[in-house]
Design a protein around this ligand. Structure first.
Ligand SMILES: [Zn+2]
Length: 338
């Protein structure tokens, strides 16, 4: 085995992490805590291994990879793997990335930092609006509903309000499930979504909100969704848009460049990957989010001092929980099992 020292930019300091290439696709990365295997990734659309251009060099935590940066919607830390863009189709991806086998534990141990005022209420409103649109415009049956990556189950509550009867969520973070409401908790399965979790053709609607970017094997994931959906069942998904104005303005300081994101889509690549997996795509669209001022401040690319001052001001004035409708750089898709 060839030893190869690669200098990575680690937080604010520059340290040396040891990387050991094993073969063309696998590399061990060793830090002071433990050893992880990083795996070279393929374009999920073209299936090519290289054929990609550098977007950003990697920026990883100096004290090793653990579950903290895998927490959903945490405050910004700007950690990400090397980001590349496919030369053929434009799909952006992390390359190399931590092995798929290490992810369940990292997500299981990650803490849910959502608060009701800052996150759940506005997100429920945003995603709820699109779910309502789906129900009204596509004559949806409301016998069964699955939300993948449901966190504390706030969208399961919303689906229940809309009249869905059999509702189920899947979530890997134990802490997030612990925070679910008393009537919702028992409806959440702990773990990563896979084909063995459910019977085939079980659901009328599957949703995933800010989940698909995290999926390291998106073709397999969509294939499993296809199997799990009833004939003519629908998917509603919302995630980041790598081609949005905010991503362009913020550049590497955009929250989309994140250690948890395996692939980053735009309107075209999102449509293509669903069509590749035999879905009929009805629409792909920019999403208008309802977002609290408290959350906007968390996402701003400011230093800690400025952040602390701003946070104090808004929590004193009560502005924290004021919600604004904004295009913050998300996209949505409505697709149907063909
Ligand atoms: Zn490609």
């Amino acid at each position: 085995m060839l030893k190869n020292d690669i200098s990575l930019s680690l937080g604010n300091s520059r340290k040396k992490l040891m990387m050991f290439p094993i073969n063309a696709e696998h590399v061990f990365i060793i830090d002071k805590n433990r050893m992880f295997m990083l795996i070279q990734t393929r374009c999920a659309i073209c299936n090519t291994l290289n054929n990609a251009s550098l977007v950003y060099k990697e920026k990883l935590p100096s004290d090793g990879i653990d579950s903290e940066p895998y927490a959903p919607r945490r405050k910004r830390d700007y950690y990400h793997y090397k980001m590349v863009k496919c030369n053929t189709c434009g799909l952006v991806r992390s390359d190399p990335i931590i092995s798929h086998n290490d992810l369940p534990k990292l997500y299981h141990d990650s803490k849910c930092t959502y608060t009701d005022v800052n996150e759940n209420t506005p997100l429920k409103r945003t995603y709820g609006k699109y779910l309502e649109h789906l129900i009204k415009n596509f004559g949806i049956k409301r016998d069964s509903y699955l939300d993948i990556g449901c966190a504390n189950g706030f969208m399961l509550e919303k689906a229940q309000e809309f009249g869905f009867t059999n509702i189920v969520g899947v979530e890997p973070s134990h802490d997030a499930i612990e925070r679910a409401g008393i009537n919702i908790k028992s409806k959440i399965k702990e773990g990563m979504f896979d084909e063995n979790m459910f019977e085939p053709e079980q659901f009328d609607v599957i949703t995933f909100f800010q989940t698909f970017d995290h999926v390291t094997e998106p073709n397999k994931f969509l294939e499993n969704c296809h199997k799990t959906l009833k004939q003519n069942g629908f998917i509603l998904a919302i995630n980041h848009n790598v081609n949005s104005l905010s991503a362009k303005i913020l550049g590497e300081r955009s929250p989309i460049f994140d250690i948890g994101h395996a692939y980053l889509y735009d309107l075209n690549t999102m449509r293509t990957i669903f069509e590749k997996n035999h879905f009929k795509v009805h629409s792909v669209f920019p999403v208008k989010n309802t977002i609290s001022i408290g959350r906007i401040i968390q996402l701003l690319p400011t230093g800690k001092k400025t952040f602390d001052v701003l946070e104090k001001i808004i929590s004193k004035t009560g502005l924290e929980s004021v919600n604004l409708p904004l295009y913050v750089g998300n996209l949505g898709i409505i697709a149907q099992r063909a």
